[in-house]
Write a protein that binds this ligand. Sequence first.
Ligand code: BDR
Ligand code: CA
Length: 311
Amino acid sequence: PRKIIIDTDPGQDDAVAILLALASPEEIEVLGITAVAGNVPLELTQKNARIVCELAGKPETRVFAGCDRPIERPLVTAEHVHGKTGLDGPTLPDPTMPLQDAHAVDFIVETLRAEPEGSVTLCVLGPLTNIATALRRAPEIAGRIAEIVLMGGAYFEVGNITPAAEFNIYVDPHAAAEVFACGAPITVMPLDVTHKALVTGPRNDAFRALCTPVGHAVAEMTDFFERFDKEKYGSNGAPLHDPCVIAHLIDPEIFSGRHINVEIETGSELTLGMTVADWWRVTDRAPNATFIGDLDADRFFALLTERLGRL
Ligand code: BDR
Ligand code: CA
């Protein structure tokens, strides 16, 4: 299996991504989960990560708390999307599994140093603060990362937190800029693809029909989470942004994209956090990321539902 660290700010869609990873031990070995401030403050994201591990029946998973605010800017959160707890929808018990003592950034640095070069993939589902902080502390780890697969940015779909920017990149644009410049292989799941991973009514019914605590919890999370996108975009169900990252590791053929140059706007207040993606290759800037543009949604949901059924 591929060794991964999941860096996350749960978030209902983060929760589904964690469940998908923990349900797929043949393909994925979760070395640890590192929480970051994002959808809600760090106190809640680290707690939510543990709630989800216990829901999955995997309380032995190591969860670390990381940075509680972006590198330069004040924290912006998204309770308007995810609710006050970040995980509104189902009623889940408080976690009893421990939070690890080490700081998430130390865990990331030490793991990349200890594991064989090119063997650890970073799956990033929230603002890029923990990853950029790790790269600042130990720049040599960039050359040891197998791949960074992240949910963030947008091209045709543009923004969900400002007209120009997607939430994860907007919250810590300086961190994002450093990560995109670090030289490690990067795969990006922008809104253009995640807005196609919609939990329609029949797909939600399929989660419920698993008749398991996990199936019910995921159905209730996506019921809650769909309100925002239905109102804002008239979309036909909740978009499962973050699970796209994990699905890409299990079955990359679900997705298609282009290897292009992506730069992050950090200067302009108006377009702060915009992912300036050279989709049409109109510049000679060197490609630094594979930007995913499309997915086979039925295949994605077939995989997800089958895997959730294993928990
Ligand atoms: C991203 O922001 C968060 O609200 C979601 O969890 C996802 O990671 C979508 O813009
Ligand atoms: Ca997230």
